[in-house]
Design a protein around this ligand. Structure first.
Ligand code: ADP
Ligand code: MG
Length: 306
């Protein structure tokens, strides 16, 4: 199977929407202009770095798109189109079929259209660039908008994916829920749409809660006080190890939002803290095991590549 047949069979799965004047097959895609602001995100997954060697192809296809959709959700954007750069050592058709299935299922669910890409040989890596749009009058939700007094809240799980990584790294089997969180993360697209009018800042949790919250704090010039009791409910057991996964485990793709100062936490999110004037992140009313984990996690930054 040559490269062209491969693209035809596995990556030309959607009907072209009316705004796509020219899709896969030419030197470039041609899009009608969009009247509203567009948000562009990109993320790369490398085998052995972002997913385990030999990981299920469906999971890799799903995750490559999910991590980008998670970024779009955190900006409050509606997914529109994406490109796919696929580098693989050889054409393993069964693998490509599984990859395409995982990718296609999520693309359909999210209503995002694959408009092009590139296929090359080399060590397995997937790079996706995705675009989302805002509706008329909407503004992008950035990391820089947190207001003192705003409620800090989470949509989605924390710590499960980190537990799956820890289990697999040590040769044991993660629970079904842990494996699902790591292999098929759910981008919080609906919540992303609901941010408008509610949140003044947001980001997705990809590198660990404290690391990503630190990004909001820095960009917004504020601090945060975490509610220990609320965070404890995210921990799978009342011990330091479980708390470490919640505070600094990566790969969760939960959505972190800060409400406008006068806006209560919406019922679809779980409040875990408040934005404060004093810079730095602190925790209150935490059980001892969580306080200890917080002290340890505060010293170690989230996942860093270099
Ligand atoms: P070029 O030789 O100009 O790089 P390609 O042969 O790589 O062109 O691509 C031909 C067409 O197939 C282009 O429209 C490109 O966007 C599309 N394409 C290539 N690889 C992929 C892929 N992995 N997923 C989606 N579209 C792809
Ligand atoms: Mg090419």
């Amino acid at each position: 199977m040559n490269e062209f047949e491969l693209i035809q069979r596995y990556f030309s799965f959607a009907d072209d929407p009316e705004w796509l004047h020219l899709g896969i097959g030419d030197d470039g895609a041609v899009l009608a202009p969009d009247p509203n602001q567009q948000i562009i995100v990109t993320d790369t997954l490398v085998e052995g770095v972002h997913f385990f060697a030999g990981a299920d192809a469906r999971s890799v296809g799903h995750k490559a798109l999910a991590v980008n959709l998670s970024d779009l959700a955190a900006m409050g954007a509606r997914p529109k189109w994406f490109t796919l750069n696929l580098t693989m050592p050889a054409v393993d058709e069964a693998w490509v079929a599984g990859f395409s299935q995982g990718l296609q299922a999520l693309a359909k669910e999210a209503g995002i259209c694959l408009i092009g890409g590139d296929t090359t040989s080399g060590p397995l890596a997937i790079s996706i660039t995705a675009a989302g749009v805002l509706s008329k009058g909407q503004r992008p939700i950035t990391r820089a908008g947190a207001e003192v007094g705003g409620r800090l809240a989470v949509v989605g799980g924390l710590g499960l994916a980190g537990q799956a990584v820890a289990a697999r790294t040590t040769g044991s089997t993660p629970t079904g829920a842990q494996a699902q969180a790591l292999d098929f993360p759910v981008p919080q697209l609906l919540a992303g749409q609901q941010l408008h009018g509610v949140a003044s800042a947001a980001c997705d949790v990809s590198d660990g809660l404290l690391a990503d919250l630190g990004h909001i704090a820095k960009a917004s010039g504020c601090g945060f006080r975490l509610h220990g009791e609320a965070l404890a409910r995210f921990c799978s057991a009342p011990n330091e190890g479980a708390a470490m996964h919640v505070l600094s485990g990566g790969d969760d793709y939960a959505l972190l939002l800060v409400t406008h100062a006068d806006t209560p936490t919406p019922e679809w999110a779980i409040e875990i803290g408040v934005a404060t004037e004093s810079v730095g992140i602190e925790i209150s009313e935490a059980p001892t095991w969580l306080e200890n984990a917080f002290a340890a996690a505060s010293k170690t930054p989230g996942y860093q590549h270099f």
